[in-house]
Every structure is written in C-alpha cells, then in structure tokens.
Design a protein around this ligand. Sequence first.
Ligand code: PLP
Length: 404
Amino acid sequence: MQSTKQLLQCWKWKNGPERERLRESLEKWFGARCALFASGREGLLALLRSLPIEKGSGILVQGFTCVALPNAIHAAGFTPTFFEVDPETLNFDLDALDGKITPRTKAIIVQHTFGIVADMQKLRAIADRHGLLLIEDCAHVLPDATGPKIIGKHGDFLMLSFGRDKAASGVSGGAILTKDEEVAKLLRDEEVSAKELPLLTIKRLLCYPLIYFIAKPFYGIGIGKAFLFLASKCHLLSPVLTKKEKSGFQSPIVHRMPSSLCALVRWEFKHFESINNHRRKITKKYLEVARKHHWKIPSDITSDLPLQKFPILTQDADSIRSKLKKRNIYLDDGWTGASICPRTVNQEATGYILGFCPKAERLSKQILVLPTHPTMTARQANTIIKEVNSLLKKYENRKPKSEN
Ligand SMILES: Cc1ncc(COP(=O)(O)O)c(C=O)c1O
C-alpha cells in the first residue's frame, strides 16, 4: 500500500522531491502553470485572492454543492451567489443563468457534479458575454485518453482536489492550473508563503487508507465501526470537514501540499486509466439496470463516463438509505438532504437562503447516490443493485396510483 510506504519515510513527509514531480506532470498534462495546496478548498481560496476582482464581488456557484466552495469564497472576501440546478444534469440550469447575472457578478465556478460533464461551451459563451472569469472545478472528474475530452479545455482556471473520494486521491491536496501568467505568479507567491502542514496532521492523513483497510472487512459486524470510532477518538483520523467549516468558516491560512501526499497522487495518476475504466465499468452496470427498471436518473449520464458517484432520484431516498443501512450498505456519503452539503452544515451561515434554489433543494432531498470507487468489486455493485432495485420497487408499489 502506497500510503504505508510513505508513512515509513517520515523524513520525506513534508519536503521530498514528489511535490515538484507532481507539479511538472500536471503542467505538462494541462499545458498550464500549477500551484499546489493542502486541499482543493485552500487552492480555491488562494486562487480567489489572486484574481483581479474587487472584494465583495459575487461568485456564482450552483445551489447543490459542497460547503467547501461558499466557505472559500467568503474567506477570500467575496459573496457566493447560489444558482439553480437542472435535475437532468445536476449542474447549472443554464437556460435561466443569463438573466441572473448582475454587474456585481465577476466569476462562475462550474462543478461537474459526480462526473456528469457540464456544458462548457455554453458556459464559456455566457462567461464571455458578461465578462466573467470561469473557474472549472474538476474535483469529481478528470479526463484520461478516452475522455471526457471537454474537461479542462474551457475554464480560465482549473481547480483539482485530491481529497479522499475524489477523481484522483492523495487523501488530501489540491491544485490550481492556469495559463494566465499574472495570476500564476500571484498563486506561486501564495504557495511560497503558505505554511507547512504539521507532522501530526500529515501522519493522520497517511494513516487514513491503512485504518480503513483494516476496518472495512469488519464494518458489517460492528467491530470495524468500533475500530474507526476508536481511531477517531485517539486522533488518528482527521475529519473531512471541521466543525468550524460546517458552521460556514474557513481559515484564511493556506498550507503547502506535503510531498508524501503528492507521491500518493502520482501513484494514482500512473494508474489513472484503469481507475477511470473501473468507474466506467460500474457506471455502465448501474446505467443498464437503471434503464431496464426505469430508475429516475439525470438524463446526461452516459455509459462512457467515469462517474465518481451514480445518482438516482427518488422520493424515498432517506427511507431507502436507512433500510439499506440495516443490511450493511451505507449510502450516506454527505451529498444528500441539503442544498449545501453535507446536511449537518449550517445552511444560512454559508449565505444560502432557504427557498432560493427550489429545484436544487428538491433534488437534494431526492438524491440517492451509489458508489463507484476504485476498490469496489463487481460483486459489491451487484449486491447494491439488487437491494436498491427491490426497495425502489417496494416503495413505488406502495404509492397510490395517482402518484405514480
Ligand atoms: C465539487 C467539490 N469541489 C471542491 C471540493 C473541495 O475539495 P477539498 O476537499 O480538496 O477541499 C469538494 C469537496 O468535497 C467538492 O465536492
């Protein structure tokens, strides 16, 4: 296991050669300048601070998103403007976007939700028409030789996250890529003056894959859960989001990406084609069943996409999730139950006003996401399909005819 190898080389945790190697490969890949930070949200904060726009400007984000986005926007001194989402794409409702842009709006952050590709040509045209900067958030999907070819081509800035369940994972980390030399220079200054992550934090991050590897086989019988609880109580795990972040606050301090985490990302990139192909295979499997059994899914999902998660829409999402939990299938990944995810986030503190994006709110209540992660087997996918399908049918049959 790569993380265990890194754990044993503690003298290289912070400053080994891997950071420059990762930078070089990303710069070559995207033909742009790259700055690396300890997470995607810190990278976004550094980017926003480097942009030539006035404090207080509005940054458009979609109304179904991760709290990391509005938090970084606030931390940089801007205002997030939440905009409606199309349930067929889980991305911006583009037909209505034009009319909502005001003179205060200066940038758009587009997020290819779960790997469903946003219409970048249309977004580029909207951005150009209104003189907006276009930030492409590729946390959920990155292209390989097969595609999706459009990713990374139309944004002024690319944001990559190497968080634990992202398209390419280094447990934590983030990159910003740009061809804009002025902004690249300011980002470089941000990176040079960034702090190092404490050794204890790096150790916790490197421990994460090992701890989950040990706990996973025993999760169903409770020992695994107890082990994870103990590991977190002993501060061996670091949370994905802190309490402060859930209450709408991100620290203005950014950190450099540790070399040991860069090594994990480089390993993922070496195997990236097969990681994406694995996701494609599972996406295709879910999609075939979804079509056969008439599951309600976003229409933009195609079988060639390496989805990070496979979304289904159902009125009974919460009930189905809790029934599955009793069968040791855990589908609550945080992207359910609230517009600004996860549901434990203080929505108002993020600047989101309830009722502002009704379609996004509705879909956040109806969404049930199926995993596609690289360690998942075809057998596990089949079990999930069987259980989900039988629960979807059961709930559908219980409804009065007029609701169907
Ligand atoms: C779409 C999206 N963008 C950005 C981020 C932030 O990435 P990170 O966790 O690396 O800070 C997340 C976090 O989960 C995300 O889902």
